[in-house]
Ligand binder design. Structure first.
Ligand SMILES: C[S@@+](CC[C@H](N)C(=O)[O-])C[C@H]1O[C@@H](n2cnc3c(N)ncnc32)[C@H](O)[C@@H]1O
Length: 173
């Protein structure tokens, strides 16, 4: 005799864990799962791009908002984070308010492939190679001359590489 109640109870017991895994990884299908950059690599990316007060820094897929917050707090740039996951978006909004960065940092809920990037001077990405490939044409069409692009870990297939420092790779369009 199959113990249906037992199976159902096991399913209910594992459901919370399953939901957490789905929440962390569902964006794998649209660009990348949520894997935050370390603060060391965040600083390396921002330093390599020579970010300063005149910059508008975009983080495409901003996760918990750490890159845009460091760009604003430490490098005094204005920053825009784009995030497709509603819970991570809400978390970012909370962090922007708690750190007092509402004047410098804007968080947008949406898909990076639909966001206009024409006011960006620096674009940061920690995305999977398929997503980087799809972004290249968008960068060529929308980014102003001289814009810097920084990827964490994964290379862009055809953009011109300028330099690299560990996992941080700097490109220009
Ligand atoms: C690898 S994490 C990087 C997070 C952050 N940039 C960092 O370096 O700490 C990728 C993030 O991009 C988001 N993301 C993936 N595809 C996206 C898309 N098409 N539009 C907006 N956000 C996306 C994910 O939800 C996730 O938070």
């Amino acid at each position: 005799m199959v113990d249906v109640n037992g199976y159902f109870k096991s399913f209910l017991d594992t459901l919370p864990l399953l939901l957490i895994v789905v929440w962390l990884y569902w964006t794998r299908m649209v660009g990348a799962p949520w894997v935050p950059s370390s603060l060391e690599i965040a600083n390396r990316m921002l330093t390599l791009a020579n970010v300063g007060p005149d910059d508008v820094v975009y983080d495409l897929g901003c996760g918990d908002g750490r890159l845009v917050l460091v760009a604003a707090i430490k490098y005094h740039a204005r920053a825009v984070g784009v995030e497709i996951d509603p819970l991570r978006y809400l978390w970012c909004q909370l962090m922007v308010i708690l750190t007092g960065q509402r004047k410098r940092v804007r968080i947008v809920l949406g898909n990076i492939f639909n966001k206009d990037l024409s006011d960006a001077t620096v674009v940061m990405c920690y995305l999977l190679p398929e997503a980087l490939k799809k972004l290249e044409d968008k960068f060529r069409q929308e980014l102003p001359p001289g814009a810097r692009i920084i990827s964490n870990k994964y290379p862009f297939p055809t953009l011109t590489k300028v330099s690299e420092d560990g996992n941080a790779i700097l490109y220009k369009v």
